[in-house]
Design a binder for this molecule. Structure first.
Ligand SMILES: Nc1ncnc2c1ncn2[C@@H]1O[C@H](COP(=O)(O)OP(=O)(O)O)[C@@H](O)[C@H]1O
Ligand SMILES: Nc1ccn([C@@H]2O[C@H](COP(=O)(O)O)[C@@H](O)[C@H]2O)c(=O)n1
Length: 201
């Protein structure tokens, strides 16, 4: 199994890059683990308490469960990936049955920040977009898809997104094998990554 870690700040285009790769690679050969599925269970908290969580700090992520699931997949066993609701700020209780594939992509803002998880990646990719571009994309997406309003996104950006990005995400470029510039759609970079994956398949 080839394991690829894809990190980068919120709105840089990780999901878009993954979807482009999925479209171009042979069907059934690529599986995805999304870091968003592994936000810690917050059922013991009220909604008002959940809203106050810093979702951009590594402690909000259940890295042990990601590593356990990736280890099982590497052994050839299927896992049940939790489904997360950005509206409820919690796991929904549903799961996605995820089969082991020749290529497993693990994507999320913080997937390169955890040393144990980082060691499990054969290829480490960082997707870069400038912070103003990422904020614009995040505003659009969170308002249309994640039930947020302008003030909420801007307030979260100032208090947690920006400082956590500087502390835990941007420095991870140092560990990347490939950095994809993604201020604009970058089909050349997608082609290069696709070729590397095809070579290893
Ligand atoms: N290169 C790009 N140029 C313009 N918009 C983009 C680009 N890549 C992604 N987007 C848009 O930006 C938003 C965030 O992209 P997404 O892939 O969800 O980012 P991430 O998973 O890194 O948070 C989406 O609405 C997506 O359509
Ligand atoms: N309940 C939550 C959990 C996370 N977030 C934000 O999601 C961002 C990570 O997802 P991307 O798809 O943008 O990579 C992260 O920056 C969290 O702030 C949230 O808004 N609500």
């Amino acid at each position: 199994m080839l394991v690829i870690g894809i990190a980068g700040g919120t709105g840089c285009g990780k999901t878009t890059v993954v979807n482009q790769l999925l479209k171009e690679l042979p069907e059934g050969e690529v599986g995805i683990l999304s870091q968003d599925s592994y936000y810690k269970d917050t059922s013991h908290l009220s909604f008002d308490e959940r809203v106050k969580i810093n979702f951009d700090h590594p402690r909000s992520i259940d890295f042990d469960l990601i590593e356990e699931h990736l280890t099982e997949l590497k052994k050839g066993n299927a896992i049940d990936q939790p489904v997360y609701s950005f509206v409820k700020h919690n796991r929904t209780g549903d799961t996605i049955h995820t089969l082991p594939r020749k290529v497993m992509i693990v994507e999320g803002i913080l997937v390169l920040s955890n040393p144990e998880l980082r060691k499990m990646f054969d290829i480490k990719i960082f997707v870069h977009a400038d912070s103003d571009e990422r904020l614009i994309r995040r505003l659009r997406r969170d308002i249309t898809e994640r039930g947020r309003d302008l003030d909420e996104v801007l307030n979260r950006y100032k208090t947690t997104l920006k400082p956590m990005h500087s502390q835990f995400i941007e420095p991870m470029k140092e560990y990347a094998d490939i950095i994809i510039p993604n201020n604009h759609y970058n089909t050349v970079a997608i082609d290069i990554v696709k070729t590397i994956i095809n070579d290893k398949l």
